[in-house]
Design a protein around this ligand. Sequence first.
Ligand code: THU
Length: 127
Amino acid sequence: MDYQELMDKAIEAAKNSYSPYSKFAVGACLLTENGKTYSGCNFENSSFGLTICAERNAVGSAIADGERKIKAIAIYSPNQKHCYPCGACRQVLNEFKSDSGLDVITEGDTDLEIAPISFLLPEGFNL
Ligand code: THU
């Protein structure tokens, strides 16, 4: 599974976004150490604070399937180039990074950008 394939799945997932309030669609697809992929999209609520981000939706599916080590996640929004994860999602991704780290992949005009979670969340909280 190369990173462009992962991004293609994130693009597909964004099509299922339920975002009638913000009109900001997001899709994500993550890759685990076991080579499995899990997609997610954001889904909003009329009680706005209940919104779930695409990244955490994908992480939840992976966890529910018994996966614990995430190697990479691609994130896509048709509304914005380089759609980076919010702070809450960075902390959640940090929890499940693989032993070799976790690459966050975003899409620009021409190429994919890869940023390690350790760069996006230095000194993340750990117990
Ligand atoms: N959103 C995500 O899905 N992921 C992020 O990392 C940031 C924000 C969603 C939440 C909401 O539905 C919309 O984008 C606008 O904030």
